[in-house]
Design a protein around this ligand. Sequence first.
Ligand code: GRF
Length: 185
Amino acid sequence: MPLRLAVLASLTGSLFEAMIKQQLPVQLMVADRQCRALEIADKAGIPYEFLPRTFGRTFDREEYTRAMMMLFRAYGIDLVAMAGFMTVFAPAMFAPDAYQLRILNTHPSLLPSFKGDHAVRDALAYGVKISGCTIHWATEKLDDGPILAQEAVRVSSGDTIESLHERIKTVERELYPALLRELVA
Ligand code: GRF
């Protein structure tokens, strides 16, 4: 039986859109804030849930993680793809009887370099000539966990954060769905 896949998004959802275009079976999309991914799911007729989080001191990571796990269980989810999802889960999510080695993340740098929310900006500021993307199993640590795939992207002299990130995302839009397809099957 194919695994049941959920996608998590917080941003523009272009990776999620690529997964849909490539006919990846997505059983659920969850967004943690208002974002374009919700509209994409709605238009594509993919079941979706809005599980908003708070920011700053009021954010209860354990509680949020529990709520997300309940959603996964309600939809019978086996495999989760974070696609521009900006919340890190509490350790309970990664317990062996929960979603350990079942949640993937894609990050726009060649890990372990340039972790964090500003990977493309930081790589450019450092002056690297090659960057890229990394798909890895997620853990409770930010942008950490066993690496499954990486692809290099050359930095051009005139690159801006936007131009470099778009070229990296062009690679992610092929690499991530292809890997997910294998895992789902
Ligand atoms: C990707 O570059 C991914 O690596 C990062 O967020 C971006 C998502 O892009 N975590 P989009 O929102 O799917 O366009």
